[in-house]
Structures are given as C-alpha cells and as structure tokens.
Design a protein around this ligand. Sequence first.
Ligand SMILES: [Zn+2]
Length: 66
Amino acid sequence: MPGLVDTHVHAPQYVNSGMGYDQRLMDWLNKYTFPEEAKFKDLEYAKEVYTKVVVRIIVVILVEVA
Ligand SMILES: [Zn+2]
C-alpha cells in the first residue's frame, strides 16, 4: 500500500513558490502571501494564475505517471 502523498496546493500562492523560505511565517505571509493574494480581486489576474496552476498540475501528473 502506498504511503500518504500530500498533494494539496494553495493556488493563490503558486506565484510565490520557492520564495521567502528564509523568512519566519508571519514575515513571509506579510511580505509575499498577503500582497499576492490581494491581487486576486482582479478576476483576469485570478483566471490567468489559476489556469497556469491547473496546467502545471496536469503536467506534473503526466510526468509522474509516464
Ligand atoms: Zn495547505
């Protein structure tokens, strides 16, 4: 039986992937996450990013299965 693989994604944080790993949690949230998430009030921006997230997830799945 395979082990648990955590694949959950915070789609609004996709743009921040890999950024601020040297920050403490609240500093990271205030510096990177909250400003990025605020951009999602622009529905065109949200649509653009969510589309990229979905495509990226599909590609990762296809590569892992192949
Ligand atoms: Zn989470």
